[in-house]
Write a new protein. Structure first.
Length: 779
């Protein structure tokens, strides 16, 4: 068996490389070092395509190490909320952008763009673009290269790698006119909404020191500034670029009208660039670009620390590839198609990008109080998405980051007064609920204590008890401008009315009611871990009572209500979902929900109606846990079937292979857990619901754990159903496993089958045999 699988794996691996060579060229040998088939299975293009911003993963083929502060990407268009800097359909590259845009529906902040060129210096975006072809791109997590057609003939080979805070670029000029490199500090920026005609003009600076071969500068652009409560007035991205060759001449430039200020060393302003013309005949230039949120000096220091003088691009790329291999080589997938492996490893790669480092040199800029502090900080927290599974996966697979990530949230609380909701450098108030409560509680539940527990309690307790300012007269609708911290908008009516968020006072009131109830549950979990028994029971009670305050027993659906108790209608009060998805949004009390929906049989019918009626929308998060609910009603085989079909329909290795926004790793975390055969339906409980794995075998070396976590499921690629399950030899008959059964390594063995089996499917059996018809209650 094992010999067979070894041979098979080798064949599959070499076939995979062939397949990848079709879509993008293979990296030259110097950039495939160290060898790692796991890293070779990552295709950073997956999730870039899609015919609309909502129908796309919104991912970019960027270069950076895991959790890197700045990701570098070829710039094919100007990015803003709803537009990424690289779009696969484009045919020109306008530069190489050090981006901090974390997701397609968020704004850019403090970016810098490095633009190679030849002949006359052309600073304007439209003028500086050069044609390229996807056949001439090499795209890997650690190295990117492309050939650009140079104006006037010849070509520019542009190559790129990057450490967390330093971009490393190299341009090779082949048969071209005189080369130059332009660095864009500021641009006309599309603000707030996705309306490209709505522009502002951030004012920054460039300074050029030809003797040090440096161009440095500052860019205060922060496209999301309009929606958050923190003005962060001194926020800026700083950069310091150092060149490997001397400047023949240099100057500053205006990207708007193309004007050049030849010989000028310094300028402040909007639409500003600096440039260096290289000596005629220069065939190659290496440019390292230190990036910082603190200062130009810090950017220079980051450059000298992470990519010191004399470091070759090959050396940088190797170190970055090693960083990816250190993570990805921990997972071995046996069996299953090449397609599955490309999707799986790319999913892992996506999850290891968020949240990302905001600290540098033991310090960080905080936009919450506009000051620099000592410590570690992270940004890119899309918590309404990531609390579902991305966080559980981070805890399992990147535990070395967890204390720092929680600590970072507690710093945000100390400096700004609240835990983050959606932190894009600073708070943006995007989405609803204070699911940071869940992140903190889940971390503590799973044994992380490297932060101040009393501060953690104080912060989540505040979320659960203090409404935002002007709660009764502010709607806090999505992306509402000029409001304070949104946190649990409508909490006043949860207290003062009968337990729900009033739909005639607040936007998204149905979703809020249900999400706050889950957050209360998280608070109760943390309270009990801290032995705060009366708080634990208070919040547990509220978490079990609140959801059903909007359950309409006449229709069997969750329906938002107004302050006076009247119904707000079935379509009102939802965010990124509808009453179908949200009726299932009671993960802390599925049993209570099943009871109200008339018992197991009736609940299974309801799930069938949900899926067969086309109501499950896997492109959005409220649907993610729903296929797993069958198992909790005694119909595990139906969960198995739905999970496999969602994985096939919504994930593939094409550029369009992520049908919904990646949302900082949540789409991918769903896939990873589902591929392993279990999913954290109720994350803060520590329990996973069992689905059905996709491969013959997955072995994971969990960081810091001696024993491997092995999921053995021979035949799974063609057998989607589960016949039996054991963990370390002990038989499991209910479709539930606890974190502690996997977190220290264990052998999880699935017996797989081609047809539905009775395992954990007692309700289905009783339906088939007719024995349970008596308890099939009507609603
Ligand atoms: C990429 O560009 C195409 C053509 O302009 C557009 O239809 C598509 O929505 C864009 N993709 C994304 C993810 O924005
Ligand atoms: C796309 O998603 C955004 C943000 O989630 C939302 O506001 C918008 O309504 C969606 N648009 C469509 C056409 O679904
Ligand atoms: C531009 O966007 C800002 C922020 O979203 C908004 O306040 C302003 O009304 C918009 N202006 C126009 C002309 O659309
Ligand atoms: C740019 O602005 C900074 C800060 O206001 C100022 O100190 C500097 O003198 C300005 N430089 C130029 C060239 O105007
Ligand atoms: C560039 O030109 C625009 C007008 O097109 C002007 O508003 C801006 O201040 C200029 N920027 C610089 C750096 O000269
Ligand atoms: C809400 O009420 C507060 C306190 O009365 C008042 O200061 C604020 O302006 C009101 N806000 C709105 C949007 O009406
Ligand atoms: C809570 O109580 C248990 C049992 O008495 C004890 O072991 C544990 O250390 C306590 N935890 C805290 C955070 O005080
Ligand atoms: C919650 O508390 C109320 C009032 O004390 C009590 O009537 C109710 O039974 C409790 N509900 C639950 C689910 O514990
Ligand atoms: C209850 O509130 C809704 C929404 O504000 C309103 O339309 C309705 O007339 C009110 N009903 C009563 C009985 O006051
Ligand atoms: C419950 O559903 C019925 C039937 O659609 C409707 O008339 C009623 O207003 C709803 N009640 C609430 C509180 O939503
Ligand atoms: C519903 O199914 C679950 C899972 O099999 C089981 O634990 C529970 O007892 C069932 N409930 C009833 C009322 O049969
Ligand atoms: C990949 O998935 C996307 C999104 O679900 C779909 O549109 C596309 O047709 C699929 N492509 C292939 C080759 O299966």
């Amino acid at each position: 068996m094992s010999a067979y699988w070894r041979t098979f794996t080798v064949l599959v691996a070499s076939f995979a490389l062939d397949i990848r060579a079709v879509s993008s060229r293979q990296a030259p040998a110097a950039f495939s070092n160290p060898e790692s088939s796991a890293v070779d299975y990552v295709d950073p293009l997956i999730g870039n395509g899609g015919d609309s911003p909502n129908g796309s993963g919104g991912m970019i083929p960027s270069t950076a190490p895991p959790f890197g502060m700045t990701r570098w990407v070829a710039q094919t268009r100007q990015n803003y909320v709803s537009v990424t800097p690289y779009n696969y359909t484009d045919s020109n590259i306008h530069g190489f952008q050090g981006t901090h845009q974390p997701a397609i529906w968020m704004g850019e902040s403090g970016q810098v763009v490095i633009v190679p060129g030849v002949g006359d210096v052309k600073p304007a975006f439209e003028d500086r673009g050069m044609p390229f072809s996807h056949d001439k791109e090499v795209i890997t997590p650690s190295y990117y290269s492309v050939y650009l057609d140079a104006p006037g003939g010849g070509s520019i080979l542009a190559e790129q790698s990057a450490t967390s805070r330093v971009g490393h670029l190299r341009f090779t000029f082949e048969n071209t006119d005189t080369p130059y490199v332009l660095i864009e500090a500021t641009r006309a920026s599309v603000m707030g909404s996705a309306d490209p005609s709505n522009v502002t003009y951030p004012s920054g600076s460039v300074s050029i020191d030809p003797s040090a071969r440096e161009i440095c500068g500052r860019n205060p652009e922060r496209q999301d500034f309009i929606i958050g409560p923190n003005p962060a007035p001194s926020f800026a991205g700083y950069f310091c670029a150092r060149f490997s060759v001397p400047f023949e001449s240099y100057g500053t430039a205006n990207n708007s009208d193309g004007q050049l200020f030849q010989g000028e060393n310094e300028r402040n302003g909007t639409q500003l660039s600096g440039y260096a013309i290289l000596q005629r005949g220069t065939s190659m230039v290496d440019v390292r670009v230190g990036v910082s949120f603190i200062s130009i000096d810090q950017a220079r220091k980051n450059l000298e620390t992470e990519i010191p003088d004399g470091t070759s691009l090959e050396q940088t790329a190797k170190a970055v590839r090693e960083a990816w291999a250190e993570k990805l080589d921990r997972i071995t997938v046996e069996g299953g198609s090449i397609e599955n492996k490309l999707v799986f490893y790319t999913a892992v790669y996506h999850t290891l990008q968020y949240p990302y480092e905001q600290h540098e040199d033991g310090k960080y800029y905080s936009g919450y109080d506009d000051a620099v502090h000592e410590g570690e900080s992270y940004t890119g927290y899309s918590i309404w998405d990531t609390f579902r599974a991305q966080w559980a996966w981070t805890i399992l697979f990147a535990p070395e980051r967890v204390n720092g990530m929680v600590q970072s949230m507690l710093q945000d609380y100390r400096e700004g007064g609240w835990l983050p909701m959606w932190k894009n450098i600073v708070e943006t108030n995007i989405m609803v609920g204070t699911h940071a409560d869940s992140l903190v509680a889940e971390a503590v539940l799973k044994g992380f204590t490297g932060f101040d527990l009393e501060t953690a309690w104080e912060a989540v307790y505040k979320d659960a008890t203090v409404p935002p300012v002007n709660d009764w007269n502010t709607s806090y609708f999505d992306r509402e401008e000029n409001v304070g911290y949104e946190v649990r908008a409508g909490l006043s009516s949860v207290y003062d009315v009968q337990g729900w968020v009033a739909s005639d006072v607040h936007s998204e009131a149905g979703s809020r009611t249900l999400d706050y109830a889950y957050d209360d549950y998280a608070v109760s979990v943390l309270a009990s871990l801290l032995n705060k028994t009366s708080e634990a029971s208070f919040f547990l009670n509220r978490s079990l009572t609140t959801p059903f305050s909007i359950f309409n027993s006449t229709t069997g659906f969750m329906e938002a209500r107004n302050a006076n108790g009247s119904g707000a209608g079935q379509d009102a009060g939802w965010t990124e979902g509808n009453m179908w998805a949200y009726t299932f949004d009671v993960v802390q009390d599925v049993e209570g929900l099943v009871k109200r929906r008339g018992g197991n049989i009736s609940f299974i019918d309801f799930l069938d109606e949900h899926f067969d009626g086309g109501h499950n929308d896997h492109t959005n998060e409220p649907s993610h846990h729903i296929p797993y609910l069958y198992a909790l009603a005694g119909a595990a085989s139906k969960s198995q079937e739905r999970i496999r079909s969602i994985a096939q329909e919504y994930y593939n290795s094409s550029v369009n292979g992520l049908a919904g926004n990646e949302d900082c790793g949540q789409m991918s975390a769903w896939y990873i857990f589902s591929a392993l055969g279990f999913y954290p339906v109720d994350p803060v409980s520590g329990f996973y619901v069992v689905g059905a794995p996709f491969s013959d075998k997955v072995v994971i070396e969990l960081p810091g754990i001696r024993k491997s976590l092995i999921v053995a499921s021979p035949g799974a690629p063609t057998c989607p159903y589960v016949r039996s399950l054991t963990v370390d030899g002990a038989s499991i008959t209910t479709p539930i496993i606890h974190h502690s059964q996997i977190s220290q390594g264990s052998m999880v063995e699935f017996g797989m089958s081609q047809q539905p089996e009775s395992w954990a499917s007692t309700t289905l059996i009783s339906i088939e045999s007719g024995t349970n018809m008596a308890v099939h209650e009507e609603l």
